[in-house]
Design a protein around this ligand. Structure first.
Ligand SMILES: [Zn+2]
Length: 204
């Protein structure tokens, strides 16, 4: 395969990018100046060294001294007894923008599609169970399930429940749902600040 086709194949693997768009991206790269091309390839090459996956919540964060825990998880100003499970990093950014959530997060890493029974290997179901188990003795008081309001999001919520509900019910720990405050079909990532504030306030 020639380099251009190879690049197109890489872009096709990006979320939400189809074959046509992948081609457009690749041809756009060809129009970049030498400097921009050099900067882009340098950024991609160096990204791994400047961004770590938080060992606690699994979100990606910028690091200067190779810290393993992100600023949210290591903050004393956050309520460590509250855990909000999201699909992806960008959901956390949306919730942080609303500025009303003071607890910690857990990034599941994807959804369990309703129409595709095959297990998504990237999902951190086992890690979520371990996190909840580890936090129960230190006073975990609530787990908030924060997925988008669509069939896949609801199916993922059921998947998460099946993992953690037995652990939580036994200890009388609350499970609440952010989705009930969002309108049907809405993606958390794209919800505006007011919607997220209301969803958090009215979570049940
Ligand atoms: Zn973290």
């Amino acid at each position: 395969m020639n380099p251009l086709d190879k690049l197109i194949t890489h872009f096709e693997k990006f979320p939400g990018v189809g074959a046509r768009q992948a081609k457009r991206f690749a041809y756009h790269v060809l129009t970049l100046s030498k400097d921009d091309t050099a900067e882009l390839s340098k950024l991609i090459a160096e990204l791994r060294g400047s961004v770590n996956e938080c060992a606690s919540c699994h979100r990606y964060f910028n690091t200067q001294n190779n810290e393993q825990i992100c600023s949210i998880c290591s903050s004393n100003n956050r309520n460590h007894n509250r855990l909000l499970v999201t699909e992806r990093d960008s959901d956390i950014l949306a919730i942080e923008r609303a500025g009303v959530y003071d607890g910690l997060y857990f990034v599941l890493g994807g959804t369990v599609p309703l129409l595709n029974a095959s297990e998504n290997k990237k999902l951190r179901g086992g890690a979520l169970k371990a996190t909840v188990e580890a936090r129960i003795p230190t006073g975990l008081s609530e787990v908030i399930i924060g997925f988008s309001v669509n069939p896949d999001g609801e199916n993922t919520a059921r998947f998460v429940e099946s993992i953690i509900a037995p652990l939580l019910l036994e200890k009388n720990i609350k499970i609440s749902y952010l989705g009930r405050g969002l309108s049907t079909g809405s993606e958390l990532e794209y919800a505006d600040v007011e919607t997220i504030k209301n969803a958090l306030k009215s979570r049940t």
